[in-house]
Design a protein. Structure first.
Lengths: 223, 245
């Protein structure tokens, strides 16, 4: 691909059709990177949120540390770990997981805090212990707020995965970087468009998941 | 570990001056991020204030938040390049399609949504009773906006500027990919030659700049709270709309 060729049109469908296999592989890689980050991020967040709910004094330091992690630019966060873990999927995931923590912890705590005290009181009156109260009352009622957090984390992570192209991962971000290096518009547009499509698809799927999981509330979640 | 730390300290002692030094590159990074945020503020604050004042466009505002979040900053930066290259080739508006301009266009676009939505929400959420009282006293609409709504909305507007500024400072290092001479060069060039000391030192500088920006705006935010609300009044809650970059 030469510069002269590339300057003809913004987008070449023929290139896309010639590379469908590559595109499928990168989309799968993108989803895997996102899935691992959200899964690991959620487990860590749930544990930290439980600690924060049980011991209130820890909530401020937990949000302070995760907030500080959140402020560090993604390129810098990935770069910090390259000297230690190299150009690997591990480096990418350390960064991606770090960014999910603040959003998820905040929403889990806010969701559980938002459960009507009268409902909890009623459950206690019916003989619910702490564990059952949490699993059967608080968690289900907090679900809309928790899923709202997962939606924000998912959309954010999908966008951030593109940056990991710089450390040899990247999913569809591979096309963006490759297009940038070769001045080939089609790849840049394809990579960006795929990232946006994946983000929107993930968001919509999570909304549907929430509706399926909380049949008692037909109220739509706000952000 | 100790050896590596010593190497980074040595690096920081040796690479501060000149056109490739971190003082110059840090300044260039601030210049890029600052001009993009100022340009975005000039457009987004009046628009947000207007729509907030007339209390319309709530749906559009929430769409802007969602779209802004779904856009990958890396993709936007890359997308700006074909446009600026054509602009430089076909017109005399800009001299080069590489470097400052594609980065500016991308950061500008990314800075718009947080400033707009925060201004919009803050102005819209000013107590309608207060606005109605002013209206009853014969205060004109433009003056209601400038003397009542905007001062009350100021802390949240500054919060929007903070989110945009931190995001701009955080995204600016990626501009090294379109040949901009900012702090990101240490990381990107370091990746290319696999020089861990340069990568780490670059990351340190980029992170420091982002944290300093956050802290500076945090101070500003507390300072612009109107006098009557500073003591005893309700605490200003910071909006949760933040975007990782």
């Amino acid at each position: 691909m030469t510069l002269a060729q590339a300057s003809d049109a913004f987008f070449r469908w023929s290139w896309v059709f010639d590379h469908l296999d590559d595109i499928r592989d990168k989309v799968v890689e993108h989803l895997v990177l996102t899935g691992i980050a959200l899964g690991v991020g959620f487990v860590i967040s749930l544990l930290l949120a439980l600690v924060a709910l049980r011991f209130r004094v820890t909530y401020a330091p937990i949000t302070w540390v995760t907030g500080a992690l959140y402020t560090i630019p993604s390129l810098a966060l990935f770069a910090f770990f390259v000297p230690i873990t190299g150009f690997t999927i591990l480096t990418a995931e350390i960064g991606l997981v770090s960014y999910t923590l603040l959003i998820l912890i905040r929403n889990i705590v806010a969701g559980i805090d938002g459960v009507d005290p009268a409902v909890k009181e009623a459950a206690r009156g019916m003989g619910y212990g702490r564990r059952r109260l949490f699993l059967e009352i608080e968690l289900p009622l907090a679900l809309p707020v928790i899923i709202a957090g997962i939606r924000i984390a998912a959309v954010t992570t999908i966008g951030l995965v593109t940056v990991t192209a710089l450390i040899g991962q990247g999913g569809v971000g591979f096309f963006i970087l490759s297009g940038l290096n070769r001045f080939f518009d089609t790849e840049i547009i394809l990579g960006t468009a795929l990232s946006v499509i994946l983000a929107v698809a993930a968001d919509v799927s999570l909304v549907l998941l929430e509706r399926a999981l909380t049949p008692w509330s037909r109220r739509r979640a706000t952000l | 570990m100790i050896e590596f730390t010593a190497d980074v300290v040595t690096w920081l002692g040796e690479n501060w001056d000149g056109k490739t030094g971190y003082l110059f590159r840090g300044w260039k990074t601030l210049q890029l991020a600052g001009s993009a945020v100022i340009a975005a503020a000039v457009i987004a604050i009046p628009l947000g204030a207007y729509f907030g004042h007339v209390r319309r466009g709530g749906l559009a505002a929430s769409w802007i938040v969602n779209i802004g979040r779904a856009l990958p900053s890396f993709g936007i930066l890359a997308l700006a390049l074909p446009f600026t290259i054509r602009l430089a080739r076909n017109t005399s508006l800009i001299s080069s399609g590489l470097g400052f301009w594609p980065a500016f266009v991308a950061l500008f676009a990314l800075a718009l949504p947080p400033i707009f939505t925060n201004t919009y929400t803050a102005v819209r959420e000013v107590d309608p009773g207060t606005v109605e009282a002013a209206r009853g006293m014969g205060v004109t609409e433009p003056r209601i906006l400038t003397t009542i709504e905007l001062p009350l909305a100021a802390p949240v507007i500054i919060a929007g500027l903070r989110i945009s500024a931190v995001q701009a400072v955080a995204t600016a290092p990626l501009a090294a990919l379109v040949a901009y001479n900012g702090l990101g060069r240490y990381i990107i060039d370091g990746f290319a030659i696999r020089d861990n000391v340069t990568i780490f030192a670059g990351a340190l500088l980029v992170a420091l700049l982002a944290v300093l920006t956050e802290l500076a705006f945090g101070r500003l935010e507390r300072r612009v709270v109107p006098e009557g609300m500073q003591r005893g009044g309700e605490r200003v809650t910071r909006p949760v709309e933040v975007t990782a970059t």
